[in-house]
Write a protein that binds this ligand. Structure first.
Ligand SMILES: O=C1C[C@@](O)(C(=O)O)C[C@@H](O)[C@@H]1O
Length: 294
């Protein structure tokens, strides 16, 4: 099955264009929605790492705590002993911790619902990338998995879920199983933010040997020949592996791979709705990409 079919996209005579949605808690969603409607890409990659950390247990607790402190203050706290105040706060914390899992599921459902409202009919790829994986997120592995599971359990129809290969294997397996149960394809990503590995074909084969439905490799070229190596490895491996392959070279040197990757068998290219929405170095805008294809 090719990527278009896997993501349930209508047939088209151009490679699949994915646009990242990198909105944070202070950003307005409607300008993004307007750009989306004007530029009409194929898929939206929701980069959840730009927003969900702001709704983590610690952040929400600080808000609840501020509210609890205010309430205590209204009870004329000056007359209470400090110990009493601390014990009331501790009770509030315990209550918060008990309620947190349900509260978190509700918050995540609201955010996901907002994302789907914003993107309308476009298929959505769910991605959360931590800082160590080149993203914005600060969740540890367990928090990451909790978030992904909750997002999947919202019932919103994600078109695919992005999984970084570096995730601990047991947790990776857990997400793959959950996605499988919901019939959501898993897109396994491998990023090298520093270099272009020597044996690219081996890396692609290693990714394709895992029980996932799409394979993605992003590298950082140091010289122009690194980009050619990536494109050659793409051409060599795309017909060999059973999953659709997506590759790109990042940074300014990598432009060619984003424009011409499809000629070598890469089935999707990432482009931004405008430079302010770019999620990786060297990403072109959709307008630049379409112009280059003319
Ligand atoms: O993996 C990728 C590819 C990417 O890193 C790029 O180089 O365009 C952009 C990311 O948003 C996406 O998750």
């Amino acid at each position: 099955m090719n990527l278009r079919e896997l993501l349930k996209l209508p047939p088209a005579n151009r490679p699949v264009i994915a646009v990242p949605m990198i909105l944070g808690p202070q950003d307005k969603f409607s300008p993004f929605a307007r750009e989306l409607a004007t530029q009409n890409p194929d898929v939206v990659e929701w980069r959840a790492d730009y927003i969900v950390d702001e709704f983590s247990q610690e952040v929400i607790w600080q808000q609840v705590k501020a509210g609890a402190q205010q309430e205590l203050a209204q009870k004329n706290i000056s007359k209470l002993t400090e110990a009493k105040m601390l014990s009331e706060l501790e009770a509030a914390r315990q209550e918060f911790l008990t309620n947190w899992p349900a509260m978190q599921r509700k918050i995540i459902k609201e955010i996901v619902s907002n994302v789907f409202d914003t993107v309308g009919q476009y298929p959505v790829i769910l991605t959360y990338r931590t800082k160590s994986q080149g993203g914005q997120g600060e969740f540890n592995d367990l928090e990451y998995v909790t978030f992904i599971m909750a997002a999947l359990q919202t019932g919103f129809p994600f078109a695919a879920i992005d999984l970084e290969d570096t995730l601990e294997s047991g947790l990776k397996e857990k997400i793959i199983q959950a996605a499988k149960a919901l019939e959501i394809p898993v897109l396994l990503s491998y990023h090298d933010w520093q270099t272009t590995p020597v044996n690219l074909e081996k890396v692609i084969q290693y990714l394709a040997d895992q029980p996932v439905q799409i394979v993605k490799l992003a590298v950082m070229p140091q010289v122009a020949t690194d980009v050619d190596r990536l494109l050659d490895a793409t051409a060599a491996m795309a017909p060999v592996i059973s999953q659709p392959l997506v590759t790109m070279a990042m940074g300014p040197l990598g432009e060619k791979s984003r424009i011409e990757g499809y000629k070598y068998g890469s089935q999707m290219t990432f482009a931004s709705l405008s430079s302010q929405y770019s999620s990786a170095p060297g990403q072109l805008t959709v307008a630049q990409l379409l112009q280059a294809w003319q």
